[in-house]
Design a protein around this ligand. Structure first.
Ligand SMILES: *Cc1c(COP(=O)(O)O)cnc(C)c1O
Length: 226
């Protein structure tokens, strides 16, 4: 346990130093870059040392996994905040509004409507990102680039707290052009936040304006399952 604590703290401080280093190069304030620790598939035993080391913001990709794993952790660490970064079914919108402070995967009209209703019912308003299928990949979550104006209007109409755009660029290609495109789309649509950058490319994402980076493997070690 001692050893594990040390590892988690060392990984967290290494990432923090790297964020600060890249922010300096980009002439940005490191405080403007939020680190979301992606804890999907990880157990409470893996997560607690990171909380102990000061990490308060965690991301998950499945509502059901959060419902199983997090209530006990949140009872013990009430200042922890959760972000949803995985695809969300409309019938889980209410559970998502209840559980998460931030939802990164809003990508269609039916989900926007469901989230709007859930917010009204629960009296809670998570921050939301619209997820863009930035590489126009067949099986990927996220809306088509051309649908953005309609979805932005619908999200605002439904009362969502829409703060920015999120994307996961295609695997095994240079991410920078996709990050730059997402940044341009956010600028064109007057949205200030960008959720982009993962373990393999967060430095590039910060250079191109990321305000929220989602890092799993480099904080927890490689996952055996997705
Ligand atoms: C798993 C996941 C991440 C984290 O990926 P790593 O490569 O482990 O850093 C980030 N964003 C989303 C949407 C994910 O599903």
């Amino acid at each position: 346990m001692q050893e594990m604590n040390h590892d988690a703290a060392a990984r967290l401080s290494a990432i923090g130093a790297q964020i600060a280093h890249v922010a300096r190069i980009a002439k940005r304030d490191p405080a403007d870059i939020e680190l979301v620790a992606i804890s999907k598939t990880k157990t409470a035993e893996d997560i607690i040392p990171l909380i102990a080391a000061g990490q308060k913001v965690f991301g998950e990709n499945r509502v059901q996994e959060v419902q199983e794993k997090w209530p006990a952790l949140l009872a013990a660490y009430p200042d922890v905040r959760l972000h949803l970064v995985g695809q969300l079914q409309s019938n889980k919108a209410e559970a998502a509004v209840a559980l998460f402070d931030v939802i990164h995967s809003v990508d269609r009209l039916s989900l926007i409507a469901a989230l709007g209703q859930a917010q009204d019912k629960l009296g809670k308003r998570p921050r939301c990102f619209l997820q863009v299928n930035i590489g126009e990949e067949a099986q990927k979550g996220g809306c088509a680039i051309g649908d953005l104006p309609v979805l932005i209007g619908a999200a605002q109409g439904a009362g969502l707290d829409l703060v920015g755009l999120m994307a996961v660029p295609p695997l095994d290609t240079e991410a920078a052009p996709y990050f730059a495109l997402l940044a341009k789309l956010a600028r064109d649509n007057d949205l200030s936040e960008l959720s982009m950058g993962m373990s393999g490319d967060f430095e590039t994402a910060i250079m191109l304006g990321a305000t929220c980076i989602r890092v799993g493997a480099r904080l927890f070690g490689q996952r055996t399952a997705f």
